[in-house]
Design a protein around this ligand. Structure first.
Ligand code: 4NP
Length: 155
């Protein structure tokens, strides 16, 4: 199983989703590859936003070693599942799809929380305060729990 997390900058939301899922995959002894990327190239080569790194660290997740990279079309060959954080990411990623099989790999990550969940998109915390980072942590912590449950049921 190879899973890619995608947001806009690859410095806030997708590095956290990546770190959370890596942590849980290791904890559960699941063999999976987890990575993340951004649709934009603004932050390529840079570390995650300090506010996200610190929020993650306070919750026992170390994302400090991750470095931003840009999503590329060959990621469709490399990964089985591509989780995007919001609809804008969805459009930017599926615009590069070469066929229907590629499109089918792309999912909004909060869809994993089911239809009772009222929020479909992980809000971009970049221009906001600490509360936004905590909210992103809570949403992605829950979504990655469901992803782990799904992997364990499918095995
Ligand atoms: P991310 O947040 O997509 O969650 O990494 C952002 C980070 C940087 C920018 C936008 C969103 N930016 O415009 O630089």
């Amino acid at each position: 199983m190879k899973i890619l997390m995608v947001c806009l900058g690859n410095i806030c939301r997708s590095p956290l989703a990546d770190g959370l899922l890596r942590h849980k995959v290791n904890r559960e002894g699941i063999r999976a590859t987890v990575d993340s990327a951004g649709t934009a190239n603004y932050h390529v080569g840079g570390p995650p936003d300090e506010r996200m790194t610190e929020t993650a660290m306070r919750n026992g997740i170390d994302i400090s070693n991750l470095r931003a990279r840009q999503f590329k079309v060959t990621d469709y060959d490399e990964f089985d599942l591509i989780y995007v954080m919001d609809k804008s990411n969805y459009h930017n990623v599926t615009r590069l799809a070469r066929n229907e099989e590629d499109v089918q790999k792309v999912k909004l990550i909060l869809d994993e929380l089911g239809h009772s969940n009222s929020i479909q998109e992980v809000p971009d915390p970049y221009y906001g305060g600490q509360a936004g980072f905590n909210h992103v942590f809570d949403l992605l912590n829950r979504a990655t729990d469901v992803i782990i449950e799904n992997i364990q049921h499918d095995r």
